[in-house]
Every structure is written in C-alpha cells, then in structure tokens.
Design a protein around this ligand. Structure first.
Ligand code: 8DG
Ligand code: CA
Ligand code: CA
Length: 335
C-alpha cells in the first residue's frame, strides 16, 4: 500500500475538509497507532469527497453516513476559525513530525519510526548516517526516498507496461499481464505499479510436486526483466517487490509483481484494482447476497454459514453478476 493518499480530487467541493481529515488520519495511523480513528477519518474524508454539495456547517456534515459528533465538531471549528487546534498542536509536536516523516520511507512502519525517533534519529540525514539500523527493504526505501515520493505519470506507466509485457512475452507468450491499482482505475498519476501475472500452467489445484516447478517461475520471470528492474526488495514464490526505471533521466519507481493462479486471476484483478473503499463496499454487498469475496475467490455461504467451493469465473463481470451488483468499470471504482 503506498503511503500518503488524498481523496480530494479536483471536482471535490469539500477538498479542504478532506485535506485536514486525511492529515488527522495519517497522524492516527503513524503516531497514535489507532487504526479505528484512522479508518474513521478516512471514511469521513471519502464521504465528503464524493458529496455533491459544499458542506456549510458541522450540523449538516453530521447528517452524512460516516460522520459522527467529533468529526462534525472539527468541521464546524474549521468553518468558524479557518483552522484546527488539534492539527496545530500536532504541527508543533516535533516528535510526531519526525515519526510522520520517517513513515514516508518505504518499509518503515509506525513502530519502527517511533523506535528510531526514540533513539534520536529524526531526519532523513540522520537515517543515512545510521543505515545499519535498517532492513534491506528500508534501505532501498531510503536510497530512493525522493524518487518514491514522486507520483508516476500515466504516460510513463503506459511505457513501463509496454516494456514489461514485451519482456514477459519473450519469455513465454502465454503469460497474461495486467497492471492494476490506480492506473487501471484510469488515474492520471499513480503512487506505484501493481502488476498481476498469470499463466495457464499455474493452478491452485496443482499437487505439491507440480507447485515445486512453479516456485522458480517468478524468479525466472524477474530475471528476464533486467533492463527494467533495478533493485529487488523481496522475491518469493508468488510476490516480487522491487524497483524499476524506464530510463536514467526518470525517477526510480516502486513495482510489485504478483504471480496468481489462473483460477484466482479475476478475483485478484478486482481486489488489486481497488480502491480499498470500493472493495470494502463490494465485499459487504457480496455478504448480503450470501457470498464471501476476497482477493482469491468468490464462495457461496451455505445455510450453515460455512463458505462452499469457489465459484469458477471467466471474467471480472461475472463476479458482479453473481452477487447482483451493477457492473462498475475500473474507472468507476475510485470511491
Ligand atoms: P496509488 O498506488 O496510486 O497510491 O493507489 P492504489 O493503486 O489505489 O493503491 P495501492 O496501495 O497501490 O493498492 C492497490 C489496491 O490494492 C488498492 O486499490 C486496493 C487493494 N488493497 C486493499 N487493501 C490493501 C492493503 O491493505 N494493501 C495493499 N497493498 N493493497 C490493498 O483493498
Ligand atoms: Ca501498491
Ligand atoms: Ca498502486
């Protein structure tokens, strides 16, 4: 999951509220480590971002689903005073700012950031002097700190997609490659690149022996990407996390590649296209219609409450059909 997000799009009439709510959300996640508050702020920001009219009072905000007393009060305070006391206090809290900064490095989470700050490591410069305290992932994150903060223009991902597909096709034309995430949702820029790959020979139903052969498949595939991939953060049997770069004059970009069994491909594509808020609402809808949906499968829930066998799928549309959810094109899933 890339860090720093903001649902405040250009046509968002409540963008200023969303900005401060997202900043509070980040604070709760990184500094307080209160995931419930983080989710509450994020939910409120997302609801406000898609609201068709400008909110003019806390009272009015409270009527929206997902906005309770406390958040409504903050909106009221912001409308009245043009600022937020809580946020001002956070801005003055040096330790909180240092933790927030360090969590912007790929691989550094809130716990590690707090630990570093406790040891007096508070800036990127401090970290560069203490890189022995970092894991390999965190070191790669630090090395490319500035690069990874930059959004990736859509046109550049189109080029990377072409190159990636070309190289993978050369290895075996039976591979299917789909770049998911915000790129598939049609966004003009993305935080990272989420590539999903499948091959007719990669099956969940395979016995242990056959799976052994596939263990090396992703490694071979990544070997074939020299010239595009510059660093490996981690490489397992099903997931590669790393770095790619189109040319010397462009920033390095975060690239994840997942090798998915073909039976699971459509559920995986759906899941990794997101957005995460869209996924949550679709999962909830599935449950209401007697199905459980996740990144691997769609399964009917029997009368005993136990999920049955995965439904065989041959397209993403079919998932929507099974649960009676009006089909949404990827571009319509950025809620
Ligand atoms: P971005 O990279 O441009 O910032 O946006 P994104 O492509 O939408 O976000 P992402 O963090 O790269 O995640 C890609 C999709 O994966 C996301 O849209 C939905 C799905 N997803 C969830 N939850 C999680 C999660 O906890 N971790 C990851 N890595 N992906 C998740 O729904
Ligand atoms: Ca990602
Ligand atoms: Ca992404």
């Amino acid at each position: 999951m890339s860090k720093r997000k903001n649902p405040s799009d250009t046509d968002n009439l409540n963008g200023d509220f969303c900005d401060f709510l997202m900043e509070l959300a980040e604070y709760e996640k990184n500094v307080s480590r209160n995931i419930h508050k983080y989710n509450a702020y994020k939910k409120a920001a997302s609801v406000l971002a898609s609201h068709h009219k400008r909110i003019e009072s806390g009272e009015e905000a409270k009527k929206l689903n997902g906005i309770g007393e406390k958040i409504a009060k903050k909106i009221e305070e912001f409308l009245q005073t043009g600022k937020l006391k809580k946020l001002e206090n956070i801005h003055e809290d040096e330790e909180a700012q240092a933790i927030n900064l360090l969590t912007r490095i790929s691989g550094i989470g809130p716990v590690k950031a707090a630990e570093l700050v406790r040891e007096g490591i508070k800036t990127i410069e401090d970290l560069r002097k203490n890189h022995e305290k970092l894991t390999h992932h965190q070191m790669v994150g630090l090395k490319y700190f500035e690069d990874f903060e930059a959004k990736i223009p859509r046109t550049e991902i189109e080029e990377i997609e072409k190159k990636l597909k070309g190289l993978i096709n050369k290895l075996d034309p039976e591979f299917t490659v789909t770049i998911c995430g915000s790129y598939r949702r049609g966004k003009k820029e993305s935080g990272d690149i989420d590539a999903l790959i499948t091959h007719p020979s990669v099956k969940t139903s395979d016995g242990k022996k056959k799976n052994k052969e596939h263990e090396k498949l992703l490694k071979k595939l990544v070997d074939g990407l020299k010239g595009l991939v510059t660093d490996t953060i981690s490489l397992g049997d099903t997931k590669f996390m790393g770095v790619c770069r189109l040319s010397e004059d462009l920033p390095a970009r975060r690239l994840d590649i997942r090798l998915i069994p073909c039976e699971q491909y459509y559920c995986a594509i759906l899941y990794f296209t997101g957005s995460d808020v869209f996924n949550k609402s679709m999962r909830a809808h599935a449950l209401e219609h007697g199905f459980t949906l996740n990144e691997y499968s769609l399964r009917p829930i029997g009368s005993t409450g136990v999920p049955g066998e995965p439904v065989p799928l041959s397209s993403e549309e079919e998932i929507f059909e099974y649960i009676d959810y009006p089909f949404k094109k990827p571009e319509e899933r950025s809620v």
